[in-house]
Design a protein around this ligand. Structure first.
Ligand code: FAD
Length: 571
């Protein structure tokens, strides 16, 4: 048996060299050789909804990380191997005579299942496994324990539980050298493409299904390119990687006033170039920026900055605590956290357009849902930015194009789709976000959709966002709308959020008629069309508020929800 450790450092959520507890644990073994490995997980690649923008971001993170490894040791790099970890890793243990497997802890439902499987196999192969937390401020399982074994459902619960756990761990130094990888010969074929019928149309650039299992040109474990993978081109300008992440962090932190006075509700969702919040979320998602480094960098600024600091929960520390809250809400609930079915903490609302499964009877649609024939059309128009409400359409177009929108923009479109407009199941909206966000994180996406739809975390359903009054507060001239809905760019300020109110003469003058449902975008003589609003917002808001109020009654009182005279009980 080899006398010195031969280590696979398995990367998943931690594409960085700085402040990486898992990498440190691997190096502390003083290994004879270290193989940094990324397994091409089919769950991620073929089944989950990942649009081209998030793909590009992942490849950016991998390339940057690989280059940084090579800078520390010219013989090393990130070894990208396109096979499921559940089948690949045991083969690598044998071929490379591995003694230790090290990785960062991941509490997502699928990840737990996968990792338990891999750990079982490692045990059988006599490989020691080391798992370290580094993805959140606190280990979600520890937060849950400190919260009495329950999912964390509020910031106060997180703060109280965190107090019991002590201060957030300080960042650890970046390594200055890395061991060589050992021999990389493999006794199985990892260079042949194999067909992947499940590869989905969101991602596919052509009808050819025989790609995405290549091990890189020449089977050299290289990070592939988008075109090698047969993926559609990314459209976002946001790029990934640890180098960019550290630079972005530096820029934010060196602006001490911005960092110390940041208050989320005061940041403008209509600001887009530059945006008004940090845009660090995709870096946190891929682990190209450590959340603990961000946390302590902000804390240092707060310590030194004396006047007018913002506080938890609206300051930057509060934002990171929200992130931890969603992770520790998901951790004990597992798969059901991301849906209504079988989810103990989520209220059931009979949406007009339910998700595919009705939690009451397990069928596609059910008697509990009021059938609103327009709902599917509304959903499609929402998704593709054709609702006829410029603020909503501009946001959805920004999301599709760039993969990121401001938090309050996310509020606006999520409220509009669910309890504040269309009355469509939040799960349908969450799926669209999953496809298009570059920062998509199961825990945060699901939790925030539940918050906005008032199915969990939040219950003030009578507070709706108006697609007209809300954006006016920060962007009276509608610059944001003019940018993302350019057909409206010459509209007078006073009609920019309600173009259907513009007299026909003004519409003609602006070169854009308010007409149709968004399918036709241009008419004779190059005149543009922008759709009519798909419903009267004020009417829909009243219908939604009444409906959700009734649903809350039924959630609370079941069949006794209505008192005798036909009115509802007090909530
Ligand atoms: P900043 O305001 O600069 O905050 C700093 C960091 O704190 C962020 O980078 C992020 O890591 C964290 N953070 C801030 N707000 C939240 C929050 N409400 N919940 C969790 N973490 C937060 N965030 C995701 O990371 N992934 C998602 O898939 C996601 N889906 C969302 C879906 C909906 C419907 C809504 C309303 C919000 C969602 N968010 C999600 C939360 C939030 O909108 C983004 O984290 C934030 O807008 C990212 O921009 P930023 O980095 O500029 O944030």
């Amino acid at each position: 048996a080899p006398s010195k450790p031969r280590v696979i450092y398995w990367l998943r959520t931690d594409l960085r060299l700085h402040d990486s507890p898992a990498l440190k644990a691997a190096l502390d073994l003083k290994p004879d050789c270290l193989y940094p490995v990324w397994c091409w997980d089919p769950h991620y690649v073929y089944r989950a909804r990942v649009g081209p923008n998030r793909w590009q971001y992942l490849l950016d993170c991998q390339s940057d990380f690989s280059a940084s490894i090579t800078k520390l040791n010219p013989k090393s790099k990130l070894f990208v191997i396109r096979e499921a970890p559940q089948t690949l890793l045991t083969k690598l243990f044998k071929a490379w005579k591995i003694t230790h497997l090290v990785f960062e802890k991941d509490t997502d439902a699928y990840a737990r299942e996968r990792d338990e499987n891999v750990m079982r196999q490692a045990k059988e192969a006599g490989v020691e496994v080391i798992v370290k937390m580094g993805r959140t401020l606190y280990d979600p399982d520890e937060l849950v324990k400190a919260n009495g074994g329950k999912p964390t459902m509020s910031i106060t619960q997180v703060q109280k539980a965190a107090e019991k756990l002590g201060v957030v761990a300080k960042p650890i130094p970046t390594p200055e050298s890395l061991p060589n990888p050992g021999d990389t010969a493999l006794d199985f074929d990892h260079t042949q493409p194999s067909p992947n019928p499940d590869f989905n149309d969101i991602q596919r650039d052509s009808k050819d299904k025989s790609y995405t299992n290549l091990s890189g040109p020449g089977g050299d474990f290289a990070v592939p390119t988008m075109s090698e993978l047969g993926l559609k081109r990314a459209t976002t300008q946001h790029r990934g990687g640890e180098t960019l992440a550290l630079k972005a962090l530096d820029d934010i932190i060196s602006n001490t006033k911005y960092t110390a006075t940041f208050s989320k509700p005061e940041t403008a969702p209509t600001a887009f170039s530059p945006q008004s919040t940090t845009l660090l979320s995709p870096h946190h998602h891929f682990g190209s920026l450590s959340v603990r480094l961000f946390y302590w960098s902000v804390m240092d600024v707060l310590k030194a900055y004396k006047s007018n600091q913002s506080t938890i929960p609206t300051n930057l520390i509060g934002q990171l605590l929200f992130r931890d809250m969603y992770f520790a809400a998901q951790a004990p609930l597992g798969y059901p956290f991301a849906q209504t079915v079988g989810n103990s903490h989520c209220r059931f609302i009979p949406w007009h357009l339910p998700s595919k499964v009705d939690p009451c009877n397990g069928l596609i649609t059910g008697e509990h849902h009021v059938d609103t024939p327009e709902a599917e059309t509304w959903f499609q128009r929402w998704k593709w930015g054709k609702t006829g409400f410029p603020w909503i359409d501009a946001l959805m177009r920004q999301l599709r194009q760039e993969g990121w929108i401001h938090h309050l923009g996310r509020h606006a479109v999520a409220c509009f789709l669910t309890r504040g407009g269309c009355y469509i199941d939040w799960e349908r909206g969450a799926e669209v976000f999953e496809e298009w966000l570059i920062d998509h994180e199961v825990a945060c996406n699901t939790g925030n959709w539940q918050w906005l739809s008032c199915t969990a975390f939040y219950s003030q359903f009578y507070r709706c966002y108006s697609p007209i009054a809300f954006p006016k507060k920060t962007d009276a001239k509608g610059e944001f709308v003019r940018h993302f809905c350019p057909e409206l760019k010459d509209y007078p300020d006073k009609f920019i959020y309600e173009p259907w109110k513009a007299p026909i003469a003004d519409q003609k003058k602006a070169g854009c008629l308010i007409k149709g449902d968004g399918d036709e975008t241009e008419g004779e003589g190059g005149v543009k069309f922008y759709p009519k609003p798909m419903f009267d917002f004020n009417v829909r808001r009243t219908i939604c508020i009444d409906a959700i109020k009734n649903a809350y009654h039924v959630n609370l009182y079941g069949d006794d929800a209505k008192v005798k005279d036909g009115t509802w009980r007090d909530l």
